[in-house]
Design a protein around this ligand. Structure first.
Ligand code: GAR
Length: 208
């Protein structure tokens, strides 16, 4: 059984999808050890509480320097001895030391088909605004390992979603969540928990 830390900043619908997938057996061989938020008001913390999962808050705002936050965040995470760190709408830059220490053990969900509409400045609704202003007809979501770049790590799973005429950023965001994010995030965790994901030459290979 692998232990997960799920890092969140907001509503936590992806966290909820993971909790539900563990409960209904879509994810096997994994349990959530802790939910970590940078935002004390995140509804995701409430979701954790309702399911009897430990939730903690650690925010860069509580520290005088970024280095001090990075050290404290890494120490906190280490104390839970998790096998996999899941970034589920976590809007804090991951400390470089954490990326090095948890190489190929941190995954992130991004609400577009990487390498489109990703990188610095593309998060949350801004991604969907970018999609609509460019006028692409297909978007989607990506689960990837986290490396030193922004949204540049090895891609684990992607799912396409249609853009429809008249979409607003909010409507499109919801469709991408329902049709892609809440499916591929649990699926990726299940694959990793069952030893089916390896990284070879910077690319993910999934075994049957
Ligand atoms: C999700 O759409 C996720 O893909 C996005 O934030 C949202 C969090 O929603 N993440 C990013 O934009 C990361 N660059 P949630 O709190 O309801 O899961």
């Amino acid at each position: 059984m692998i232990k997960l830390a799920v890092c969140v900043s907001g509503g936590g619908t992806n966290l909820q999808a993971i909790i539900d997938a563990i409960d209904n057996g879509t994810i096997t061989n994994a349990q959530i050890a802790v939910v970590i938020s940078n935002n004390p008001g995140a509804y995701a913390l409430e979701r954790a509480k309702q399911h009897g999962i430990e939730g903690i808050c650690i925010s860069p705002k509580e520290f005088e320097t970024r280095d001090a936050f990075n050290d404290a965040f890494l120490k906190k995470l280490d104390s839970y001895q998790v096998d996999l760190v899941v970034l589920a709408g976590f809007l804090v830059v991951i400390p470089p030391q954490m990326i090095a220490n948890y190489r190929n053990r941190i995954i992130n969900i991004h609400p577009s088909l990487i390498p489109s509409f990703c990188g610095t400045g593309y998060y949350g609704l801004k991604v969907h605004e970018g999609v609509l202003s460019r006028g692409v007809k297909v978007t989607g979501a990506t689960v990837h390992f986290v490396d030193e770049g922004t949204d540049t790590g090895p891609i684990i799973l992607q799912k396409a979603v249609e853009v429809q005429q008249g979409d607003t950023p909010e409507v499109l965001q919801r469709r991408v969540m329902e049709q892609a994010e809440w499916k591929i995030m649990p699926q990726a965790i299940d694959l990793i928990a069952n030893g089916k994901v390896t990284v070879e030459d910077g690319r993910v290979v999934i075994s049957e």
